[in-house]
Design a binder for this molecule. Structure first.
Ligand SMILES: [Zn+2]
Length: 144
C-alpha cells in the first residue's frame, strides 16, 4: 500500500456520517439533535449520547462557533503546511468539533480562546471538509 503524502487525507463516509459529508458538499454543517431531550450532538451516531434515545434528527447548524482549544503543529504533513492549527471548536448549538482554523495567522497571538468563528467548506477532491475561520463580525469590530 502506498500513501500520498502531499495531499490532505479525506474521510471515508460511513452510513452514520453520510449525511454530515453530503451536507458539507452542499455547504451545510449538518449535525444531529435528540427529539426527546432536545440536545444537539456531534459526532454522528444513531443514539443520543445524552439520554440514549433513538429519536434523533439531522438539522443544519448555524456554522457559528467559538475556539475552545488548539495545538499548533510545526511539522508539515499530508498537504498541511506548517504551522497549522488542530483545533476544537464549540458550536453555537453546544457540541464540540475537531477541525482546523483557517484564514488567520497560526500563532498563539492570533488564535485567541473563545474567539468567534464561522464555518468554511474546504474542497479536497471529491470531498468537502468543514473548517473554521474568524467570524466576519470580529473583523468589523477590530476595524472600528
Ligand atoms: Zn437525548
Amino acid at each position: 500500500m502506498s500513501y500520498d503524502y502531499t495531499t490532505k487525507w479525506v474521510p471515508k463516509p460511513t452510513p452514520e456520517t453520510q449525511e454530515f459529508w453530503d451536507g458539507a458538499a452542499r455547504g451545510e454543517l449538518r449535525i444531529q439533535r435528540c427529539d426527546d431531550c432536545d440536545r444537539a450532538y456531534f459526532y454522528p451516531r444513531p443514539l443520543c449520547p445524552h439520554c440514549g434515545s433513538e429519536n434523533t434528527d439531522w438539522f443544519t447548524a448555524s456554522g457559528r462557533a467559538t475556539l475552545y482549544s488548539y495545538s499548533i503543529s510545526m511539522r508539515s504533513v499530508y498537504g498541511y503546511e506548517a504551522p497549522y492549527s488542530i483545533a476544537i471548536v464549540t458550536l453555537e448549538e453546544g457540541p464540540r468539533m475537531l477541525t482546523n482554523i483557517v484564514d488567520i495567522e497560526q500563532t498563539p497571538e492570533h488564535l485567541i480562546l473563545d474567539m468567534p468563528l464561522e464555518v468554511r467548506f474546504e474542497n479536497r477532491g471529491d470531498h468537502t471538509v468543514p473548517v473554521f475561520a474568524p467570524a466576519a463580525a470580529q473583523f468589523e469590530e477590530a476595524a472600528a
